[in-house]
Write a protein that binds this ligand. Sequence first.
Ligand code: HAM
Length: 447
Amino acid sequence: MPKTKKEIGGIDDKKPKVYKSLRGFRDILPDSQVYWDKVEDAARKIATDYSFDRIRLPYLEQTQLFERSVGKGTDIVDKEMFSFVDPSNTKVTLRPEATAQVVRTYIEHGMLNKPQPVKLWYFGPMFRHDRPQAGRYRQFWQFGLEAIGSNEPIIDAQIIIICFRLLKELGLDVTVQINSIGTPESRRDYIMELVSYFKQFRRQLSETDKKRLQKNPLRLLDSKEPEIQELKVDAPQIVDWLDDTSKQDFMKVLEYLDEAEVPYELNPFLVRGLDYYSKTVFEIIPNVTREVVNENEEEKSQNALGGGGRYDGLVEMLGGREGTPAMGAALGIERIILAMKAQEVPINKQREIDVFFCQLGEAARRKGLSVFEQFRSAGITTGEAFGKGSLKTQLEMADKLKAKVALILGQKEVLDGTIIIRDMESGAQEIVDVKKVVEIVQKQLGG
Ligand code: HAM
């Protein structure tokens, strides 16, 4: 027998290639939607309650926008951007975050002429070519809030309060960590001090940290390398270098949080990984996640459900009006859902319906299309299984979906212009005029 191409080591061209999603890119399947819906609904509600307006922005931007705002020397810009040259020779990037683009939008659409602060929220995917692991993906979703045009510390507090309350409402046990990194001017002196402190221990630093010491010394403070953990205990702390306004503003933010009964921890090492921040910075960490996110050493920062801070210099840096202050935050949706699962937040996984429509035979199936539509347009949640033939199977589905009422349409009922209403609890059945069925069921359901 002649050998097949595969047997002699070639590619079996009869078998089609099976494709898989890209590494770090996840399909969000129907089973998970209850979590996604719950988070998105709660996010939309709280953002609207606090007078934020929704904005939907493109996923692709000019690369330079992120290089300038997030900053060269940050992990995001140096290592994690999905950038390419498009067919018209423009250098573009899949957005790794949305703050820079919200600022671009604010400037491009002249929003500085609106009452300030302009408060915007978004919910959408971001892209970072990071090393994928639990809670870290290459495409992930964020819910974000940006308030541009006010330097009042109450705005800082409001953003933190919204993030905290949202996570609480979703049933999560979380901690807010907060710090102030001052203005770029006050930070400059601090950074010099920090560099001279770490230079003494240069030999003990890893190669990555040596680079950080040169390029972005602040990032040494949230380095995960074990030797830094010991060294940073005695490192100079940024709060001691704050200018008076930053210090006063920080105190006010803390007072507002106390007033709103939002518990927080001061974390002198919290600096965040993006360059645009000034003054208040914060992150929110879940209190229990270890079972789910345990296999990575970088546990602490992996865990952050969200974070944010002030970015008073960014609008001006991107060509907007001088001195326009801003504050914002973003929460990671996948991480929130992981935490909800880890903390076993109760969630109603089963879609519940009022009515289930059952049909028997081709004529009933055809007539059923319009009966089903009448129920749907009357706003009654109705299930169906047009693809199924057996009444038993259909009634079992009705039962599983906790329908209060099942409608049964057979050959005879189609001819008579009737339909059977079955009370799913008692099993009692009545035959009614098909033209009146919506009205009758509506009454039975108490609507
Ligand atoms: P960020 O800390 O880079 O901040 O991201 C915010 C949140 O997005 C993180 O706390 C985390 O929950 C989630 N996240 C980040 N990277 C990933 C990833 N690879 N996989 C899964 N989730 C991830 C920002 O993006 C700022 N734009 C926040 C902000 C808004 N600051 C001011 N305004």
